[in-house]
Design a binder for this molecule. Structure first.
Ligand code: GLA
Length: 441
């Protein structure tokens, strides 16, 4: 059958109403102002910490100069409270003139010169959650175009002060409007967070077509209780949430608060590990100017970042909740590798948890294990080999697990001699994995 040009054009028009920006094939990384700096607009008395262009330039400098950008942390995201209380005479949003004297286009340039990207915040509704001018239906195209004119790279579109009916129109419309600008702008939709976050209220198929990420649940606060309640909600609802994430479209359990005041070092490692298992955006909200080296080491852990950014983009799952209050999480990765997290909800002392890969659904074979926090390597000669991990209260042990292939063994005859001696590994024949993994999701 011959397709007439008219039909072809129609099909094309329908396709472009989806968000086809090709962005964020792996979970986005960067820094966002909200959790740490909130709506502090008192630049007179608190000039270093108020929402102003100076704050975003400071954070851009830190990302560019302290090794963050090279690791993938390349977004600087403005949140609420950046605008003036009034739109300009043409109905466009404008930044507060005292706090952003150079304007947003100049700030975007500052970031682009440092190979960073600028994110901005707007709210679908009459006002933002902080009471600043919102984006109503009639303003969607104007605002999308304004952001594109300023060369903004990302939009967080919040949902305070709009009804469910309006949101059904507004979120897809903004997606279309961003597309229509011709600029590639990553799009985060807060829509699900305002509608309970779960099907049938939420149509995740649609969201996956129109948004690059979406907030599903509550705002993170600077406390372990908050981090734990968010993780619990996501993993309790993993059957609904896990399958909807993938390259270009992610669940967003909210910002990383590592480096602030509420988490112990163990809890900080837990947030990093659990967010990575969730294939969550790694968006920090902290003060990069005063970060301790302990927090920096957790956030800049290369192995964890590699797991987070795995090209398969499969969100992980909780596999087990033990009576001992140990939980085990798992995420499949490329090259038949995987990540495991052993997490303790205990409040007494380090717990020695015993298991085997077999118990965690791994198929027969020889596996090497890399502890991403300690750098230790362990070789498990069989999937049934028992192992013990010592997990601190509210802490984690996180492993990168990979099957050892015939090729790798022959090539790296001298690898891990101590481990091999310990397990008396000598014959290649016995060491070949017996089959492919059958990771279930
Ligand atoms: C909502 C969002 C937060 C933040 C604030 C700003 O609560 O969920 O992430 O953007 O609004 O007012």
């Amino acid at each position: 059958m011959k397709v007439s040009p008219g039909i072809f054009l129609l099909a094309f028009a329908a396709a472009t109403s989806a968000l086809d920006n090709g962005l964020m094939r792996t979970p986005p990384m960067g820094w966002m102002a909200w959790e740490r700096f909130r709506c502090n607009v008192d630049c007179e008395n608190d000039p270093k910490n108020c929402i102003s262009e100076a704050l975003f330039m400071d954070m851009a400098d830190r990302l560019a100069e302290d090794g963050w950008r090279e690791l993938g942390y390349d977004h600087v995201m403005i949140d609420d409270c950046w605008t003036s209380m009034q739109r300009d005479k043409d109905g466009r949003l404008q930044p507060d003139p005292h706090r952003f004297p150079g304007g947003i286009a100049k700030l975007a340039r500052y970031l682009h010169e440092r190979e960073l990207k600028l994110g901005i915040y707007a709210d679908f509704g009459t006002h933002t959650c902080g009471g600043y001018p919102g984006t109503t239906l009639d303003k969607i195209e104007t605002d999308a175009q304004t952001f594109a004119d300023w060369k903004v790279d990302f939009l967080k579109f919040d949902g305070c002060y709009s009804s469910p009916k309006e949101q059904e129109k507004g979120y897809p419309l903004m997606s279309k409007a961003l597309n229509a600008t011709g600029r590639y702008i990553g799009y985060s939709c807060s829509w699900p967070a305002y509608q309970g976050g779960l099907p049938p209220n939420i149509n995740y198929t649609l969201l996956g077509e129109i948004c690059n990420l979406w907030r599903n649940y509550d705002d993170v606060q600077d406390s372990w209780t908050s981090v734990l309640s968010i993780a619990d909600w996501f993993f309790s609802n993993q059957n609904q949430l896990q399958p909807v994430a993938g390259p270009g479209h992610w669940n967003d359990p909210d910002m990383l608060i590592i480096g602030n005041f509420g988490l112990s070092p163990d809890q900080s490692r837990s947030q990093m590990a659990l967010w990575t298992i969730m294939a969550a955006p790694l968006i920090m909200s902290n003060d990069l100017r005063t970060l301790t080296s302990e927090a920096r080491n957790i956030l800049q852990n290369k192995a964890i970042i590699a797991i987070s950014q795995d090209p398969l983009g499969i969100q992980g799952r909780r596999l087990l909740q033990e009576k001992s209050r140990i939980e085990v999480f798992w995420r499949p990765l490329t090259n038949l590798a995987s990540a495991l997290v052993f997490f303790s909800r205990r409040t007494d002392m380090p717990y020695r948890y015993q298991s085997s890969l077999d118990r965690l659904n791994y198929t027969a074979g020889l596996y090497d294990v890399y502890d991403v926090f300690t750098g230790e390597v362990l070789s498990l000669p069989s999937h049934t080999t028992p192992f013990t991990v010592s997990i601190n209260p509210s802490g984690v042990v996180m492993w990168y697990v990979y099957p050892v292939t015939h090729h790798k063994l022959t090539e790296g005859a001298g690898r891990y001699p101590n481990v091999r001696r310990k397990y008396r590994i000598s014959s290649l024949k016995h060491r070949q994995p017996k089959g492919e993994h059958h990771f279930f999701i």
